[in-house]
Every structure is written in C-alpha cells, then in structure tokens.
Ligand binder design. Structure first.
Ligand code: MN3
Length: 200
C-alpha cells in the first residue's frame, strides 16, 4: 500500500515570521514529498509493500531506510512546531526537564548546542531513553526509533530546513524554533505516552 504525504497540521503561512510559507512549501511540498515518492518506488512489489512505516524503518537499511526514516522524521518535525509555539512545557514533562537539565533555559542551551554541533545534515532530538530524558543528535536520516529511544521532540538541522529564512545561521534557527515554534503540548503527549507505557 502506497504511503501518502501527510498534510501539514497548520496552514503553510501559519508559522510566519519565524518559518516562512516559502520554506514550508519547499520543505513539505518538495523535500518531504520526494521522500514519500521514492519510498513508494522502492517498496512497490517488494516484501516491504504492506508494512507500516515504523516496521520498514526498523527492518531496512541503505536507501530504503533513508527514505522511510526521512518520511517519519519530517512528519514528527511538523508536529513538533505550532503557530504561537514556544513558551514553556507544563506537567510531568516540565518537571522532568527541570530535574534532568536544571531548568528550561539550561535545556534550551543544551538542545541548541547539540543541534549546532551536528556536523552536516541531521536532526536534534529530545528523547526518552529508558527512564531518562536525553538530548541526542542523528546524522542524515538516522532516527532514535532504531535506538530503542522514544522521540519527544525534534528539530530538522539539514540546511534545507532553514537556509531560505536563516541562510547559514543555524544557531538562530534553532533558537527561534525553541522560542517561537516548539509545540510543547505535542512533546508532553509523547512524554506522557512513554511514562504511562513504562508504568504498565
Ligand atoms: Mn528536512
């Protein structure tokens, strides 16, 4: 069964001025779409044709893994942002961030430094690894899904994610992501899912 490009969870201009409609239309309509198209070409008629996206990601390598993981990573990234985002998390996630990193500001500094320090293309993530919150980075299409970690939040640090709006200023993009775009409700829902699963 062919995969489809998931629609954006907001209008293409809804993240302006922090993330332009121009960037979003290329990033979602061209880059994300291309990963979906290539994934479908690769699985057509293969043993992977009827698998879920997550199943393909955890059972493939090479080109197929790259396309499948990039489809998943981008959908997760769109949901990691929202119009009027930023601010502070609440509830259990807020407590975990404070206890793990010391404060929200300290978390933001570490997340930003990790994203800036990712050489070349990749992603910076907040994940739950066992009982622990961690900031991790991944290169190219790599994803915490294959590491047994549960993604809570991500920021795409491929150049295509920010170049039209921020040119080479990756630190400014990540800062704006944290201050103006991050969807803490989405992150908290991911964190709470994991917490309840771990408690079962
Ligand atoms: Mn991207």
């Amino acid at each position: 069964m062919a995969f489809e490009l998931p629609p954006l969870p907001y209008a293409p201009d809804a993240l302006e001025p922090h993330y332009s409609a121009n960037t979003l239309s290329f990033h979602h309509g061209k880059h994300h779409q291309a990963y979906v198209t290539k994934l479908n070409e690769l699985i057509d008629g293969s043993e992977h044709a009827d698998k879920s996206l997550e199943s393909i990601i955890t059972s493939s390598s090479g080109g197929l893994f790259n396309q499948a993981a990039q489809v998943w990573n981008h959908t997760f990234f769109w949901n990691s942002m929202k119009p009027g985002g930023g601010g502070a998390p609440s509830g259990a996630l807020a407590e975990a961030i404070d206890s793990t990193f010391g404060s929200l500001d300290a978390f933001k500094e570490k997340f930003k430094a990790a994203g800036v320090g990712q050489f070349g293309s990749g992603w910076v993530w907040l994940v739950k690894d066992g009982g622990e919150l961690k900031i991790v980075t991944s290169a190219n299409a790599e994803t915490p899904l294959t590491e047994g970690q549960v993604p809570v939040l991500t920021c795409d640090v491929w150049e295509h994610a920010y170049y039209l709006d921020y040119q080479n200023r990756r630190p400014d993009f990540i800062q704006s992501f944290l201050d103006n775009l991050v969807n803490w409700e989405f992150a908290a829902a991911n964190y709470d899912d994991v917490s309840s699963a771990a408690a079962e």
